[in-house]
Each structure stands twice: as structure tokens, then as C-alpha cells.
Design a binder for this molecule. Structure first.
Ligand code: CA
Length: 222
């Protein structure tokens, strides 16, 4: 995996770079918006981590210009914890996710793993119509899942939830990650809606298909 980190604070650059390197993830750093945009357009990254407060071009401008080129590079915006308005602007402006500063490395890493372009072979890329996860096959056009000998029709939410799990086959996803990916950002984080939909999926696919990892979340183990 290759990450483009657009951040001008050397302290943050250093701790993110160290952490990602330790995970075996390649990091390229840009310390201003113009450099970040040039790199994003000329090299192949799996995800960009984009600070909003950057010199030369701010993060919003970088994002707008990137999307104007048709780029689908996943972008995680770094934002100050108290600037919710900025965050909403960032997300509607084509960001895929955000992390509020100050953040823990683990929090950022989880977002990177969730948002980065999936490895080829493990799931569908843009424009593909099927996702395969072990013995499970999702038909994106028909919103159906084939598992074992059966084909199941799923509701839109069930399908969206299963798709995220399938795109991260065998990886643990937290309730918060699932909530934010499948439901609205402002959904009550205390809600048990994720657990309810996991139950619906288990009723269709069998209880063994989705494993509960205590204190962490869920993973698809088909
Ligand atoms: Ca900054």
C-alpha cells in the first residue's frame, strides 16, 4: 500500500511516517498543497491523507482540483476537532473520510485501512460488478449474495453492510467504522443499528459467516 501524506506540521509527519513504515506501508510526504496535488496526479497512491491547513493551496482547494480531474483517489481529511463545519464541507467536497486532530495513530491507521483502494483480487475495483470474499460472492448489480448453494436478495442496508465487510474480508471493522461507512455520519454512535443488521445478515448467511470480535467489532470469515 502507498500513502500520500499531505501535512505541513513536522511533528505529525514524523509520527505518522514512523507508524506507517512500521506497518510496512510506504509513505510519500508533501508539505504544501501544490506539491500534494502534483504528486496525487502524477503517481499511483492507494489513499491520500490530506491536512486542511496547508500552505500554498489549502486542503479544500487540493481536493476540489483533484476531483475536477476525475481522480477517484480515496482522500482522508485531517481536520481540527472543533471545525465540524469544515469537515462537512470537506466530505461534501469529495473527501471519503475525516480524522479530527488530535488523533491517535491507531485511529488514523484504521481509517487508512478502511479507505485505501482494496488489493487487487480481494474484491472489486471501480466498475466491476462482483465482489468475492472466500465462498461468498456479491452481485453488485442485482444486490444479491451467493453463499453455499443459496442466493439471497438483500435490502439496501444489508447489502451495503455486507459489501463493506466483504471489501475488508477477514479484517475486523469496528461498529463505528461500519456505522460511518454504511449509515449517515451523524448517526448516533450509541445506536445498536449495526448489531441489528449483523443479525439480519447472520439469519441469511448463517451465524458462522460473521464473527464477533469481542471489544473490537465484526469480521467476515466466509
Ligand atoms: Ca497544517
Amino acid at each position: 500500500m502507498r500513502v500520500l501524506l499531505a501535512e505541513d506540521e513536522s511533528r505529525i509527519v514524523s509520527f505518522v511516517q514512523k507508524g506507517l513504515s512500521a506497518e510496512g506501508i510506504a509513505v510519500t510526504v508533501a508539505t504544501d498543497g501544490a506539491a500534494a496535488l502534483a504528486l496525487a496526479l502524477s503517481e499511483d497512491f492507494d489513499v491520500m491523507v490530506l491536512d486542511i491547513g496547508l500552505p500554498v493551496l489549502d486542503g479544500f482547494t487540493v481536493l476540489a482540483r483533484l476531483r475536477a480531474t476525475g481522480s477517484e483517489l480515496p482522500v482522508i481529511v485531517l481536520t481540527a476537532r472543533d471545525s465540524a463545519q469544515d469537515t462537512i464541507r470537506g466530505l461534501t467536497g469529495g473527501a471519503d473520510d475525516y480524522v479530527a486532530k488530535p488523533f491517535s495513530f491507531g485511529e488514523l491507521l484504521a481509517r487508512i485501512r478502511l479507505r485505501a483502494r482494496p488489493d487487487p483480487g480481494s474484491s472489486a475495483g471501480p466498475g466491476e460488478l462482483h465482489i468475492t470474499a472466500g465462498e461468498l460472492r456479491l452481485d453488485l448489480a442485482r444486490r444479491q449474495v451467493a453463499f453455499g448453494d443459496a442466493i439471497h436478495d438483500l435490502s439496501a442496508r444489508e447489502f451495503a453492510l455486507l459489501r463493506v465487510l466483504a471489501e475488508h474480508h477477514r479484517q475486523v471493522l469496528s461498529r463505528t467504522q461500519l456505522l460511518e461507512h454504511v449509515w449517515d455520519m451523524d448517526f448516533d454512535p450509541g445506536s445498536n443499528v449495526v448489531d441489528v443488521y449483523i443479525r439480519y445478515l447472520r439469519q441469511k448467511l448463517g451465524a458462522q459467516a460473521i464473527e464477533t470480535v469481542r471489544g473490537m467489532g465484526y469480521r467476515l470469515v466466509t
